[in-house]
Design a binder for this molecule. Structure first.
Ligand SMILES: [Zn+2]
Length: 418
């Protein structure tokens, strides 16, 4: 079960506790709620200095969702899990919108000038805002979690497959099959190289098997250049036939496969720039950072018979993964990045004409739009996020409520939780 973070009276992190223990502390008045998401309680009286067990923060960064897991390496307990959804596409869309509005505003007053884009200098290590936001999201959560528990090390998945393991081109008989770490790395490599499709029929929606282009029975080797991926139907149909015989009626496919087989996957090591940039920033926190490959993650996940989830993958990242992972009844906290609003003072309609002007003030009576509140009113009890107005009447779930009935549960912080 996901545990509850516990702070002492000076806000220093203690060992996370079982939810039952947290409930007991709260009902006996020994602790108070410090934060709703992730759920954290703070003790009201000093405790004797206890041994605080070190935790490892593990990350599986993805383009849409990043898996987060906090693991106690000594006991194998997964203490906390979360799945963080990024907003890369939303950022791209809003920047595109802004560009259209700016261009049309300029065009109204100035004569046409050719668009320029090569007069912009980009600092070293620059990433597009949509990619940078992913890194910023992850760093935000690394920072938040390290305030709530004793994180002493980090692990992250850096590459899809380990090129060092692949350097030895000869793979012995059993190793190309799934079951060994090498096999997992080879499979990941082949999936990337062959675009996750069956080489013979192009099917993408079914499980793919590792397949020898020149069959083993006819003296084909286990070299990575002799391997491809095929669906079960094609694999069985081909059997021990020579590829030239099997694809006699499809000369174009045959030619493509033979060319692709010889071509090494060049950019295998640099799968994506974002992960390397994230690694640099994680290292800058001063904690030791361990990196692992996607093949290793998958190998660990299969060994421990875990279902594929983002947080589960995160828990399996890196060589430090404990032999037994205790994941009973873990419910990941689902976090969605929503951004922190915008600075735009003049909202335009879709034609770029001003529609609405915003005030400079973001708060009213201490509340912000997006704060999560609980309102106990004569009409009933309501809970949710509010939209403020600049008068004592806020919108909560489409109805107007006076702030005197409200109690804030969670401040707006750029994320949504489920
Ligand atoms: Zn096929």
């Amino acid at each position: 079960m996901s545990q509850v973070f516990l702070l002492d009276t000076t806000k220093k992190p203690l060992n996370p506790v079982h939810p039952g223990e947290a409930r007991r502390l709260l009902s006996q008045g020994k602790a108070a709620v410090w934060r709703r998401f992730p759920f954290t309680i703070i003790l009201k009286t000093d405790v004797v200095e206890l041994v605080v067990h070190p935790l490892r923060l593990k990350l599986d960064p993805g383009s849409r969702t990043t898996g987060i897991a906090l693991v106690n390496d000594a006991s194998g307990q997964v203490v906390f899990a979360a799945e963080l959804s990024h907003r890369g596409q939303a950022i791209k869309a809003s920047l595109d919108d802004r560009r259209v509005v700016r261009r049309s505003r300029r065009r109204r007053k100035a004569r046409y000038r050719k668009a320029r884009w090569q007069n912009r200098r980009v600092p070293k290590g620059w990433l597009p805002p949509s990619l940078f936001s992913r890194i910023a999201n992850v760093l935000t959560w690394v920072k938040r979690l390290s305030r709530l528990c004793a994180i002493t090390a980090m692990s992250m998945e850096l590459v899809r497959f380990d090129m060092q393991l692949m350097e030895n081109p000869e793979i012995t008989g059993v190793e190309y099959q799934q079951g060994t770490l090498m096999g997992f790395e080879v499979r990941e490599y082949l999936l990337e190289k062959w675009g996750r499709t069956c080489a013979y029929c192009g099917a993408t929606d079914r499980p793919l098997q590792v397949e020898h282009i020149h069959p083993r029975a006819n003296g084909g080797t286990n070299r990575i250049s002799n391997l491809t991926l095929a669906c079960e139907k094609c694999n069985t149909a081909k059997g021990t036939q020579d590829i030239r015989v099997f694809l006699k009626k499809k000369p174009i496919v045959l030619e493509k496969i033979l060319v692709q087989a010889r071509r090494p996957l060049k950019d295998a090591a640099a799968v994506n720039a974002t992960r390397w940039a994230l690694l640099d920033r994680l290292k800058a926190t001063g904690l030791p950072v361990e990196t692992g490959s996607g093949g290793l993650t998958k190998f660990h996940r299969f060994q421990r018979k875990m279902a594929k989830t983002h947080w589960g993958d995160a828990a399996c990242v890196g060589k430090s993964t404990p032999e037994v992972l205790k994941i009973d009844q873990i419910h990941p906290l689902l976090i969605r990045a929503t951004g922190h609003g915008r600075r735009q003072m003049c909202v335009t309609d879709k034609f770029g004409f001003p529609k609405q002007h915003k005030g400079r003030k973001g708060t009213y009576l201490g509340y912000r739009t997006g704060d999560m509140v609980k309102a106990v009113t004569p009409k009933g009890t309501f809970q949710g996020r509010i939209a403020i107005r600049y008068r004592p009447s806020f919108i909560l779930r489409k109805i107007d409520i006076h702030p005197k009935y409200m109690r804030r549960l969670h401040r707006v912080d750029g994320y949504e939780y489920r």
